[in-house]
Every structure is written in structure tokens, then in C-alpha cells.
Ligand binder design. Sequence first.
Ligand code: ZN
Length: 251
Amino acid sequence: MPFVVIGRRQTRVFLIALACLALSVVSWAAVSRAAARGGTDPNLVWYVQTDEPVIALTFDDGPDPKYTPQVLETLRRFGAKATFFVIGRNVEQYPDVLKQVAADGHEIGNHTYSHPLRLRKEGNGEVAQQLTKTAELVAQLTGQQTRVFRPPGGAYNGNLVGVAKSLGYEVIIWSWTTNPSDAYAPGVAQIVHRVTDDAAPGDIVLLHDGNPHPQTVNALPEILRILSEKGFRFVTVSELLRLRGPEATGR
Ligand SMILES: [Zn+2]
């Protein structure tokens, strides 16, 4: 009957429209998620585009005599490798802690000598000195040449990035979608959720082992357990950078 035919057609049209709407919502979510994962400046790295199920955990502001050994112990238990963005003056104070980080097979990154949050306002000479002083300390103690640099507070400008690049560094920020803001002590459960809920292949996770509070250390076993169960492996930042495809220049 005509009525039935029209009804079926309307149903079909409705279903197709619904499917299109669902598809556009899904692709919009994918696009907005990708956009929220990091910036677009090709001179910096927020994450690496890859299908490999790998994540780079990073620990800033150490070495710390209390927290760094606890972080190392947890990483050892899970067979995980990570990157420690160290502050030069802490390296001077706790050389043995740094040596243990390197002995465990982790990467040492450069996080300046004295962690000046206004480093980007400084002249090229001061920036270079902050980096080379720390690089020399790390090299003397561990034999490692630092290849990755994270500016204090993640604050940068073209000048700061230019100096770091001229010294051979890759400038590393962090994935916005896995940032737990652990430096503000939001609680262990929040840190775990923020890191693990949206974790994706190629993420670079910002954590701190140089904090005057133990929340990050206490959250770490659960973070490693959940991400391991999701099938992720834990690599250093330099290992992650090697997965960059030719089409993803700068990332
Ligand atoms: Zn820092």
C-alpha cells in the first residue's frame, strides 16, 4: 500500500540521517580530541603520532633523594622505562640518585640548571648556560648526552626554542589529554584518572618526582597497572621520537 511504502522510505531516510549525524558527532569528537592533544608548532613535541601502543612517562624537577628512588622502584617492578627531566642544581646535590636513574636504563632529559620560570625572557647566553651546565653535569656523572629539553613550566618562545635547537635538543612539552597537574596535588585518584582515562598511543605524560608531596609516587603503581592492562608499553622520549613517521615532521 502507498502509505506503507512512504512510511518505509521515511524510516530509511530517517535512519540514514541518524547514521550521518552519529558519524559526524564521532568524527567531530575525534578531531576535537586530536586538536586538544597538543599544539601545532612543528618545533615542539607534545606527543608522537603513532599506532604503536607506547607511552612516554616523564618525571620533572628531580633528582629527589626521597621520591626518585620510590619512582625507580615502581618502574622496575613493571619493567617500565621513563624519562627524567632533571634540574642541574639538584643533580649537584644528589649525584648518586641521578646515577641510579641512569643505571636503571632511563633517559635523562635537561630541565635547566636552576629552573627559572622566566627563562624565555632571558638572553641567549643565559639560556645556553642553563642548558650546557646541566648537560655537563649529567654527562660527567652518567656518560649520557642529554638530547631532550623541557622548558621550566612548559613556558617557551621562539628564542628559547631556537637556542635549545641550536644546541641539538628536541623541545618536549607534554600531551594535554593526559596531564594530571600533579604538581598541584589534586589527590591520588584524580592523578590516576587524568593520566589513564584518555591515554593514547604516543602520549607524553607529565609527572613530577621533585615535588614536596607523595601523591605522584602513590599514584604511579595504579597508573602503570591500568595502562599495562590496556596494552601499553613504556618507552623513553627518545625512543618515542624514533617512531615519528616521515609525514609527521616536527611531531
Ligand atoms: Zn619543572
